[in-house]
Structure formats: C-alpha cells, structure tokens
Design a protein around this ligand. Structure first.
Ligand SMILES: NC(=O)c1ccc[n+]([C@@H]2O[C@H](COP(=O)([O-])OP(=O)(O)OC[C@H]3O[C@@H](n4cnc5c(N)ncnc54)[C@H](OP(=O)(O)O)[C@@H]3O)[C@@H](O)[C@H]2O)c1
Length: 322
C-alpha cells in the first residue's frame, strides 16, 4: 500500500514537473487558437465561486471582459467587494455582482440557491472554483471535515441546487469544475471525510479532487440529456494566495516557474466560451485539450465505480430534495 502510494505520488510529481509549470503553458499555448478566446458572451449569466482571489478572480475578470453577467460567490463581504470593484473598473462591465456565501456550509449554499431561484435567471455557466487545502483536521459547524465540506460537498450542493436554472439556460449551460492534477495520485474512496487513517490534508485534497472528476463524469451521464454540459479541469501549477499559504515550500522552490492566475484560468474561460459540439461531455481538460483522468494506475481507474454510493451519500448530506 505504502509503495503504491509512493509510486503514484512520484509519478504525479514527475508528470507535473514536465507538464504543469509556466514553461509548459507557454509550450502548449503554441497550439492555442486566438479566435477561441475572442468570443463575446453578452447576456450569459455566469456564476464563479471563490472569485475574489487567484484563478477564480482571473476567471470572473475574463468572463466579465467578454460581456458576461458575472455573479461572484465569495465568503467574505469585504474581500468580495474589493475584487468586484477591481473587476468592474478593469473591464468596464457593470454587470458584476457579489453573493456572499460560505461554501463550507450546506445551509448557506441552499439559501444561495434559493436566492438565485427567486431571481429566476437562467444560469449559463457555473464555475465551481472555490477550494482549499487545510492541513489540520477541522470540523465545520455542520459536522463535516473542512476540505471535504468545501471541495466536495460544496461543489455538489452548489451544482445540484442550481440544476433547474442550468436547465433553463440549456443548451448553452455548462458546469466547469476546477479540479487538480493532484487527483492523479488518489483513487476514488468512500472514506469521504478521511476517518480511516491518520489525517493528511494533502492526500485529502487529492481525494477530493478525484471525487470532482468522477462526479463530473457521472453528472454528464445523468443530466447530459437535459442539455447541460459538465467538464472538470486542471489549471496547471499557478502562483496564487492559496498555493502560497497552503504549500509554502512548493511555492518557494517553484518561484518564477509557476503560471500566473490568468494562465491558470485560461482553460476555464476557454471551456466557458467554446461551442458545446467541440467539447467532450464529462471529460477532464488541461491546457484547452482533453487530458487523461488516470496516470499509469489501474487502481485509480477501477475506483470510479464507487461514485454511485458516494452520490447517494452527498445527496443525503446536501439536504436537497429530489
Ligand atoms: N493554484 C494552483 O496551482 C492550483 C492547481 C490545481 C488546482 N487548483 C484549484 O484552483 C482553485 C482555485 O485555487 P487558487 O489556487 O486560485 O487558490 P486561492 O487563491 O486560495 O483561491 C481560492 C478561492 O476559494 C475561496 N474559498 C475557500 N474556501 C471557501 C469557502 N468556505 N467559501 C467560499 N469561498 C471559499 C477563497 O476565498 P478566501 O479568499 O476568502 O479564502 C478564494 O476565493 C481551487 O479549487 C484549487 O484546488 C489550483
């Protein structure tokens, strides 16, 4: 078991070093088409979680600069307002709004879902970006392990609570979930809250990101016929406040080699703009192309069959009636 974990982590580290840094973005971008990003999306309603910082901020700004109406979902009112006013003045787009919501709370997400339902706006794009690595085992006031609460349960509840509004925006509508290449090192497991062994925040994060990829695959299968697209993606290794805070040694040793937040957001924006016919439902994307969901390991590949029981669990935790 230990050897298998070490092998997966080493393979991921090596693969990441070769593919996820700034220099690889510059290399991969030689194949990018300029016109892909010249699409304007006036009148499209886009929700971006964790939009006050890092990749979420660059995504919100990129969508606003292309004319979208952007709803920034942030947990802190002051940080959210500061980011909103920066984005409005940088893009000249006044149709940028703030919704305050702590995504570690199912209760707050459901209340946000109700506020959107009352507005009745069709949701064309939902970007599940908010995420974190918490190294200590912290339990939320609702009783969930914090990484799981935000990265997995928050993503699930946010998406499911907005499903009727996503359906309203079909066939354009799409859900883009910002996962991570970190998921390559973890198989899907039913131990959602890391209760089975000594807590490791980085491993829990990798497991959470694996769930996001498997969830996306399942959602595409389940809701594709409603005209909603589901895609997960990896932004590469980008220099953001989250990385500096949670992975200081990584951040220091890769100083100058990490992507900018805009480079990290590039594929998120690309997925939001492309005609659906160009995209593969349920796929995992990296640098504007479909990427493998598994790296050299049959163990991660086989594990996706656990998603049905995980879905049942998430459904009952989310308090969403169906
Ligand atoms: N940067 C990378 O190299 C990298 C690589 C792979 C994947 N990712 C993924 O990219 C996404 C964005 O990360 P980032 O690097 O841009 O980090 P970041 O700068 O820390 O941004 C994370 C955002 O999520 C928000 N957030 C965290 N917990 C929240 C909660 N309980 N409720 C509402 N919002 C919450 C943060 O809000 P506060 O500002 O209030 O904390 C912040 O706006 C994450 O899902 C991360 O896993 C990043």
């Amino acid at each position: 078991m230990f050897l298998l974990k070490t092998w997966r982590a080493t393979a991921f580290g090596l693969y990441g070093y070769l593919n996820f840094t700034k220099s690889s973005f510059l290399e991969h971008s030689k194949k990018f088409k300029v016109e892909d990003m010249q699409i304007q999306i006036q009148g499209k309603n886009c929700i971006v979680t964790g939009a006050n910082s890092g990749i979420g901020y660059a995504t919100a700004e990129g969508l606003a600069s292309r004319g979208a109406t952007v709803y920034m979902v942030c947990r802190n009112k002051e940080r959210g307002e500061a980011a909103l006013s920066e984005i409005q003045s940088a893009t000249g787009n006044k149709n940028v709004y703030l919704e305050v919501c702590d995504l570690s709370s199912v209760r707050e997400i459901n209340s946000l879902g109700s506020r959107f339902s009352e507005k009745g706006v069709p949701v064309h794009v939902l970007v599940n970006n908010a995420g974190l690595i918490e190294h200590n085992r912290i339990t939320t006031s609702e009783g969930y392990e914090l990484n799981f609460a935000v990265n997995v349960l928050g993503t699930y509840t946010m998406t499911e609570s907005l499903m009727p509004l996503l359906e309203k925006a079909a066939p354009y509508s799409r859900v883009i979930t910002v996962s991570s290449g970190g998921m390559y090192s973890a198989p899907l497991t039913n131990d959602l809250q890391f209760s089975g062994s000594k807590f490791d925040g980085v491993e829990q994060y990798a497991r959470n990101k694996r769930v996001q990829v498997a969830l996306t695959e399942k959602w595409a299968e389940r809701y594709g016929h409603k005209g909603i697209g589901f895609y997960s993606m990896h932004p590469g290794w980008a220099e953001t406040p989250g990385v500096a805070k949670s992975l200081p040694s990584f951040s220091e040793s890769f100083a100058g080699k990490l992507r900018t937040r805009e480079e990290g957001a590039d594929t998120v924006i690309w997925l939001a703009l492309q005609p659906k016919e160009k995209l593969v439902p349920g796929a995992f994307y990296f640098d504007r192309a479909e990427a493998p969901k598994h790296l050299l390991s049959a163990a991660t590949r086989g594990s996706h069959s656990a998603i049905d029981s995980i879905l049942e669990c998430l459904h009952s935790m989310s308090g969403i009636s169906s």
